[in-house]
Structure formats: structure tokens, C-alpha cells
Write a protein that binds this ligand. Structure first.
Ligand code: WT7
Length: 705
């Protein structure tokens, strides 16, 4: 047997191979069909779209999407692949995103609500912002950014804000100037924000003093101070910090302003009242924003999205899959700090002149009827949320939706695979068996949906995302690049064979990592200019059924999907290692009925350190500080040693099996097999293994050896 430190395939690789191709016992669910009333009003009812977007019409088919936008200058080349895999879409074209999302609607819809904002505090009235008012605010904010902050096209700005209308106003103001925004999820810690400031090279941070979360006002300004300090320690000086106020009259934070650095936005806006800033005409391939997401190393990567390609793609996805018309009241319950919020709260819906609803707080505050009360009151007819939220609302208030007059015509689920049971509750109890459900599979990297049923055309199948989107050609490969054909009931690595307009452009500041991570595995010729040679690796295990419907099993890399949020195991582990007593850390996902996956932490202590609860608590605290509460582990387990390969790699898979009460398989090739049984007894007790998770779950355990 080859030792693991050589390049020859080891026993570990063999184990990985069988996992990639694990047979999946996929119970076929019945189909559900869209109702005639929905079909009668839908944007997309012509099934010939599949043919129009078939490979023989690629890439010109995407002209149809780009034509949904208003261009200052029409493009000359639809897809330029001369610098593959750095694709350029709609080359030669020029446009402005804020013009497309705001200005162009003024004539027809100026008086209509663009944003309906709901405070978490139920006694605060709903705020309606018309397109005309949005226009005024975006212009004034753009004037502040340009004239007060001195920002210009191509500069980066970090935005660390909660769910308030000032967030999309700030994003659109950036877009008006061609300034690249990097929105950091408001729940992330100051340290996490600081690291993203450094990576993006932002010299301006835009934040807020506070916001409501679970009935309490959170002091958010504190995080801005920490972020700036962290950035400065790493060599990036933040010159200005702009602070929005949650309450106009008073500060929601007791943290003082730093003289000469911190500024209250409302005061700056007064000086620019009535300002108008001409939208900067941007090349289609100019970057619009960065969105940091977790990868397989500790460092989050800045996913860079384009202007023309991205906006065309999310506009089309919003129109055809979410069935958004300007007359609809659309509510996506995600946070704008994630890609879902960028694409499907802000850019897609506003490009279509829809009314987009924003909710500040926790869906179950003060009770599990809250979302349905909001939907009833605002007359929401399109709803968009995650399986985690669905499971939680179902658990806490299974009959709550029945108490309200709901009239959803279509509903989306996104972020994780959804169990048929949760799907059926969503369909029957929330949707009254009237709404078409779209289970949309995609990633931060893809800008918009990759797979989904077309809501007026395709039947729905609970648990399956459905067929690929028009113009998306998926393929499932095994570890060796051999195709696993549809209907073979084996899973593999899902790739998209072709580029599409919404695909990320690169990883900010690290183009090599971009090529390596997404194309390294299956590209055979690095010099090829032919897109057919560049299958894009999504990082999910998946299989295609006989009917062409795709079922996503989950991440294959070192990423844990917690409540629809993606966390890198390496990021968590490096947070653990900030605790001086910790020698080694391994993080594994455990199956959780509500949150999908939650992290469980294993640590080994430095010699001479006593294993006690205080150390475990320190580790939990470190994770909350470095990343945020969302990453809080279920348990921190102190073990004598980590199971390791002979080359010293921690076998996370073995730990994951133990945590999930599964058989840990063959461990004879480990350097220290005896420790495995010791850990098992520590975690599960002395009895025999109790099997809880099913075979497909193995696939979701984030292979990290
Ligand atoms: C990962 C991407 C892009 C939306 C929010 C998450 C998982 C996403 C589905 C779905 C099964 C899904 C995948 C993917 N995922 N949608 N409909 N069914 N799994 O974005 O943070 O970039 O995470 O979320 O595992 O790779 P993200």
C-alpha cells in the first residue's frame, strides 16, 4: 500500500471515490401541477423557450435576457471567450444598474411602492418608498459618496448593515457611480467585517447604529469600531465610517463617534438635499459587487459579479421563474447580506419595477404567525424563503398560516435541499395548494438560478430542484471525469458545461484560485478558448433522474450549510485556534431537523492543559467573535487526539460519522486507529452504534480529509 505522503492514490482516495459515486435510494415523489389560474397570468407559458435556449442557439439565446434591460449602448459580442475561463458577456455594451432599477420606471411607476419595509417592532408603521422617493434618496446618497467621500468608479466600499431600506439605497447609490459594493451580512462580527474590508481594499465603511433583533435593539456601531481596528491592524486604513441611524431622533447605540472618521449619514444628506447625480454609463463587464463566501480554505473569497451579465440574468430569473410583474407584491424573506437578497430582493425585482418587501427582524418574532400577518396585511402574492425557515415556522406554528388570508400565486424555496414533508406543508398549508413552488438551486457564484421548474410549465416534484434553467447545460461527473448518465441513480459532482451571463467573473484579487477551484478538476486543456472545454464545478453532489429532474445532495467540499448559510469548516477551525489552549480543531456538520446542518467542534488541547468546560466555552465564544452567532457550535468536544491519516490529515469524515451516530467504516489505514473507538465511546456511550442518518446523508457531510 502506498503511503499517504506520496502522490500515488491512497486508501483515502479510494474511500472518497466510492463516496462521490454513492448510490442514492431516491424514492420517487408524485408530481404536482400548476393550476390554470396561475398559468393564465404567467410571464412564461411558452415551452419553446427550452428549444430557443438549446445548445445550437448558444450563446446568442441570451440576447433575450439582455433585451429586458435598457442599454445606453447596445453590445457587439454576446460572449467573448478569448480569455477563458474569464468569460465576458455583452461586450461593447454600456448601461447603469441604478438607472435600470429606478430611473427607467419613473414615468410609468413613479408613484408606486418600490420598497415596503416592515420593522420587527410590530407597533412601528410600515414604510412605503415609491420609485420617485427611491430615486431621490439614491441620488442624494450618490452625491454623498461622490462629493463627501470622494468615491469614484472602480473603488470598493464595504457595507455592514441590517435589513433596512437604507441598505438598498446605499447599494443603488454605489451602482449609480460604478462603485463596487461589498455587503457584509449584518449578523457577521466586526472581525469578519474587518477581514473583508482588507481583502476588498475599502477605504469607506458604511454601517448603522443599531437595529431590532428578537425584540432587542442591537448596538451595531460597536462592530464598525472593531472592523476598522482589525482592518488597520492588517494594514488597511478606513478613512471614513458612515453611520445610518435606525431612529431619526436618537442614536440606537451608546458607542461614541470617532471625531473626523465617523459621520451620521442623515446629516451629510441634508447638505445634498435635492442633489441629482447622472448615472455613470458602465461597460457591461465592469464589476458591480463583491460577495464574500466561504470556500475550502480559511480565507473567505470575494465573488465578483458583473454589471450587464449579472443584471440580465437576475432580471430574467425574476421574471420567468418568480413570475414577477410590476403589479405584484413580492416578498423574499432572505437577508440582503447574502446573494439571495442581492439578486432577489434588490436587483431582479427592482429591475422589473416590482414592489419588494423587506422585513427587519426574525421571522418568528413575536410568534410564528408573523410572516403570515405581514403577507396578509401587505397583500403579498409571491413569497420566497428557505427550507430552514419553512421547517422552523412549521415546527413552531403548524396551523398559523390557516389563521390568515393568504393568496400566494407562487413561492420559492432556496438554499438547501428540502424534505418532501416540509415541501408539502409549504404547498398545502401556506400555498393552499394553489401556488406553484419553485425549488431553486444555485450558488453565490452563479448570480441567479441554475435549476428550477418553470412555474407555469413544469410539474413540481417535492425534493427535486427540477430541470436546468434555459441555457444551462448540467452534467454529472464521477471523480475521474466520466459522465454519470441521467437515470442511473448514482450521484456525482454536478458541473455546468457552459458559461452563462450571471456567472461570477473571478475571485477578487485571486484569479488563480478562481481557475483552480472551479475548473481545475475537469478542464483538460488550460489553453483552450472553447467554452466546451471548461465545465464549471459547482461543489455539490447531485444526480439526474430519468425525467431530467435534478436532485441536489449538498456540498462536497469543506463547507457546512447551516440554516441556508454557508460556513467554511476551515474558517471555524481557525477561530477555534485563536484560543491559546487549543492545539487542534476539527469541525464537522451534524444533521439537524430544523437547521439542516449545525457545526460540532472537536478540539485537542495542548499538553498539560486541563480539559474542562471553561475551555469549551472559550472556543464557542471565539467562534462567535470571529464569525458570528450563526456559526455557534452545537457541542464542543475535547478529545485526546484527532484521528489522522499517516500524512497527518485529520479524518473529519470519521468524526462526522461518530457525531451522526453512523458507522465510521474502515479505519485500518489511520495512523492512530485506537483513538477512534475512544472518541466514539466518549460521544455515543459504550453501547452499540445507533444508526440515525441515512446513506445519502454521508454525501452531505463535507468531505474534508
Ligand atoms: C449552496 C450554495 C444561492 C442561494 C443561497 C445559498 C445549496 C442552494 C439549493 C437547493 C439544494 C441548495 C447548495 C449550494 N443550495 N440552493 N434549491 N437545493 N441545495 O447560496 O451560500 O452560495 O450556497 O447552497 O449546496 O452549493 P450559497
Amino acid at each position: 500500500m502506498a503511503e499517504a505522503h506520496t502522490d500515488a492514490p491512497s486508501k483515502d482516495d479510494e474511500m472518497r471515490l466510492t463516496e462521490a459515486e454513492i448510490a442514492v435510494h431516491w424514492k420517487e415523489e408524485e408530481y404536482f401541477h400548476p393550476i390554470p389560474k396561475f398559468i393564465g397570468q404567467a410571464n412564461l407559458t411558452d415551452p419553446s423557450i427550452v428549444e430557443r435556449f438549446s445548445e445550437k442557439n448558444f450563446p446568442e439565446c441570451f440576447r433575450e435576457y439582455a433585451d429586458l434591460l435598457s442599454w445606453d449602448k447596445y453590445w457587439t459580442t454576446t460572449l467573448d471567450s478569448s480569455n477563458a475561463p474569464f468569460w465576458k458577456w455583452f461586450v461593447g455594451g454600456k448601461l447603469n444598474v441604478s438607472y435600470n432599477c429606478v430611473d427607467r420606471h419613473l414615468e410609468k411607476y413613479g408613484n408606486k411602492a418600490a420598497i415596503l419595509w416592515v420593522s420587527e417592532d410590530e407597533s412601528e408603521p410600515v414604510v412605503a418608498i415609491t420609485f420617485q422617493e427611491l430615486y431621490a434618496r439614491v441620488n442624494e446618497m450618490a452625491a454623498v459618496l461622490r462629493d463627501f467621500c470622494g468615491l469614484k468608479t472602480g473603488d470598493r466600499v464595504t457595507i455592514h448593515m441590517p435589513m433596512v431600506p437604507e441598505l438598498p439605497v446605499t447599494m443603488l447609490a454605489c451602482a449609480r457611480l460604478g462603485v463596487i459594493h461589498s455587503v457584509v451580512f449584518g449578523g457577521f462580527s466586526g472581525e469578519a467585517c474587518g477581514a473583508r474590508i482588507v481583502d476588498s481594499g475599502s477605504r469607506v465603511l458604511i454601517s448603522m447604529d443599531g437595529y431590532y433583533r428578537s425584540g432587542k435593539v442591537i448596538d451595531h456601531k460597536v462592530a464598525a469600531d472593531i472592523a476598522v481596528k482589525k482592518a488597520e491592524a492588517e494594514g488597511t486604513k478606513v478613512e471614513k465610517v458612515l453611520i445610518w441611524r435606525r431612529f431619526r431622533e436618537k442614536s440606537a447605540s451608546s458607542t461614541p463617534l470617532v471625531e473626523g472618521r465617523d459621520f451620521i449619514v442623515d446629516e451629510l444628506l441634508k447638505k445634498h438635499a435635492g442633489a441629482r447625480v447622472a448615472p455613470v454609463s458602465m461597460p457591461a463587464e465592469a464589476p458591480l459587487f463583491l460577495m464574500y463566501t466561504s470556500g475550502s480554505t480559511g480565507k473567505p473569497k470575494g465573488v465578483q459579479h458583473s454589471t450587464g451579465g449579472y443584471l440580465s440574468y437576475v432580471t430574467a430569473a425574476s421574471k420567468f421563474i418568480q413570475d414577477i410583474h410590476p403589479t405584484d407584491i413580492y416578498w423574499c424573506m432572505a437577508d440582503i447580506g447574502w446573494i439571495t437578497g442581492h439578486s432577489f430582493i434588490v436587483y431582479g425585482p427592482l429591475a422589473l419595477a416590482a414592489t419588494t418587501v423587506m422585513y427587519e427582524g426574525v421571522p418568528t418574532h413575536p410568534d410564528a404567525g408573523r410572516p403570515w400577518r405581514i403577507a396578509e396585511r401587505l397583500n403579498v402574492n409571491i413569497f420566497h424563503t428557505s427550507p430552514t425557515a419553512i421547517r422552523m415556522l412549521r415546527k413552531l406554528g403548524p396551523d398559523e398560516p390557516k389563521k390568515y388570508n393568504l393568496r400566494f400565486k407562487c413561492m420559492t424555496t432556496v438554499g438547501e435541499p428540502i424534505e418532501p414533508e416540509a415541501w408539502l406543508w409549504y404547498y398545502r398549508t401556506v400555498g393552499r395548494s394553489q401556488a406553484s413552488i419553485t425549488d431553486t438551486w444555485w450558488l453565490t457564484e452563479t448570480g441567479g438560478f441554475l435549476c428550477s421548474t418553470k412555474p407555469a410549465i413544469d410539474p413540481m416534484k417535492p425534493g427535486s430542484t427540477g430541470p436546468p434553467m434555459p441555457g444551462i447545460y448540467p452534467i454529472i461527473f464521477d471523480e475521474n471525469g466520466k459522465e454519470i448518465p441521467p437515470g442511473s441513480s448514482k450521484a456525482g459532482n454536478i458541473c455546468i458545461r457552459n458559461p452563462w451571463p450571471g456567472i461570477m467573473q473571478t475571485i477578487w484579487g485571486d484569479p488563480e484560485r478562481f481557475v483552480r477551484q472551479y475548473y481545475g478538476k475537469y478542464n483538460k486543456d488550460k489553453n483552450s478558448k472553447d467554452w466546451r472545454d471548461w465545465p464549471w464545478l459547482a461543489g455539490d453532489g447531485a444526480l439526474i433522474g430519468k425525467d431530467g429532474y435534478i436532485r441536489i445532495l449538498g456540498r462536497i467540499d469543506d463547507v457546512i450549510n447551516v440554516a441556508g448559510h454557508r460556513l467554511g469548516t476551515k474558517e471555524l477551525e481557525s477561530a477555534c485556534l485563536t484560543v491559546p489552549e487549543v492545539a487542534e480543531a476539527a469541525v464537522v456538520p451534524i444533521v439537524d431537523p430544523e437547521r439542516g446542518r449545525v457545526p460540532e467542534v472537536y478540539i485537542a488541547l495542548k499538553p498539560g492543559i486541563k480539559a474542562d468546560q471553561a475551555v469549551a466555552d472559550k472556543v464557542t465564544k471565539a467562534i462567535e467573535t470571529e464569525i458570528g452567532k450563526i456559526a455557534r457550535p452545537r457541542t464542543v468536544r475535547i478529545v485526546p487526539d484527532m484521528p489522522k491519516t499517516r500524512s497527518g490529515k485529520i479524518m473529519r469524515r470519521v468524526l462526522a460519522s461518530i457525531s451522526n451516530s453512523m458507522d465510521y467504516g474502515d479505519i485500518t489505514t489511520l495512523a492512530n486507529p485506537e483513538v477512534v473507538e475512544q472518541i466514539r465511546v466518549q460521544v455515543q456511550g459504550a453501547g452499540p452504534v445507533e444508526k440515525k442518518a441515512g446513506p445519502e446523508d454521508i454525501r452531505r457531510f463535507g468531505e474534508t480529509t
